[in-house]
Design a protein around this ligand. Structure first.
Ligand SMILES: C[S@@+](CC[C@H](N)C(=O)[O-])C[C@H]1O[C@@H](n2cnc3c(N)ncnc32)[C@H](O)[C@@H]1O
Length: 270
């Protein structure tokens, strides 16, 4: 896809630059940690120069996440992709058994970041590629982007209340410090307002307007779905406070619209 075909917001972001760079990487055997519904596996399959196989692991903390993995298995059926339920704090793979390891938007979902990254480093062969993408909460972001972080952090509090690890969105500096501790070589750091997926998304023109109706309706539904998850939470005071906050976030979305928070895409070599 030519950058000229893209709406201004996506074209002026680093999404195209990152996609082009991914297009120079031969992935070989790839591990995606905290894979969720396999969204990042999909991105890699669309952008990498080539690959042999992909494995997505997730510890599936809830029935919903187990179902998510099941539907990912169905979606990638017939492709060289496996999905395994596994805690990334204790990866059941040999040392240096992958050519590429990745973690996408999962860093702030980890109970023990160092342990997971240590395991990812262990299973990555010397000279292999380490890919990380993670949204951040600070820097020069628009009101619509700040609304994304606001909604995200509200959801994180609800997840935590229900026993699912979900920490506050990291600052850019915290992500950089975390990656620095891995002592990777040839580190490349890209900031972007738009994800690589935006290049392929049917809604890429619609999303130019942060107040577009489709995004608005999706986010209102997401907030309502999240509120339903705490219907049975025993402490009425906490429950009501979170519901009220959800309503206030809806008002903020109506006022400023919604756009994805900025994120870092980092590539390094083991
Ligand atoms: C926001 S999702 C990211 C999904 C996907 N990677 C993406 O880019 O859209 C974060 C995922 O990390 C998973 N996760 C958290 N801790 C984990 C662990 N210790 N081992 C494996 N997966 C974990 C969660 O279950 C969740 O599916």
């Amino acid at each position: 896809m030519e950058v000229a075909d893209l709406p201004k917001g996506v074209a002026s972001s680093n999404a195209g630059v990152i996609a082009k760079r991914l297009g120079t990487i031969s992935g070989g055997r790839i591990l995606d940690v905290g894979t969720g519904n396999g969204a990042f596996i999909d991105t890699l399959m669309k952008t990498l120069r080539d690959y042999d196989s992909l494995v997505g692991v997730d510890y599936c903390p809830s029935a919903a996440s187990r179902e998510e993995m099941e539907s990912a298995r169905r979606r990638f059926q017939g492709k060289p992709v496996d999905f395994l339920e596994m805690n990334a704090e204790d990866l059941k793979f040999g040392d240096e058994s992958f050519d590429t390891v990745c973690i996408s938007h999962s860093l702030h979902h980890l109970a023990d970041v160092d342990k997971v990254l240590g395991e990812m480093r262990r299973v990555l062969r010397t000279g292999g590629s380490f890919l990380l993408q993670e949204m951040y909460c600070d820097g020069n972001q628009t009101e619509a982007q700040r609304t994304d972080t606001l909604q995200h952090e509200w959801q994180a509090r609800i997840d935590s209340l229900l026993g699912v690890t979900h920490n506050k969105t990291f600052s850019r500096e915290r992500i950089m410090n975390t990656v620095s501790s891995l002592e990777l070589r040839e580190l490349e750091v890209y900031d972007s307002t738009h994800s690589v997926d935006c290049l392929f998304c049917e809604r890429r023109y619609e999303c130019e307007d942060p107040k577009n109706q489709a995004t608005y309706h999706d986010s209102i539904k997401e907030i309502d779905d999240t509120v339903r998850r705490i219907e049975d939470y025993p402490d009425a005071e906490i429950r009501n406070r979170l519901k009220e906050e959800g309503e206030r976030i809806k008002e903020t979305i109506a006022e400023f619209g919604l756009a994805s928070a900025s994120y870092l895409f980092i590539i390094g070599k083991a």
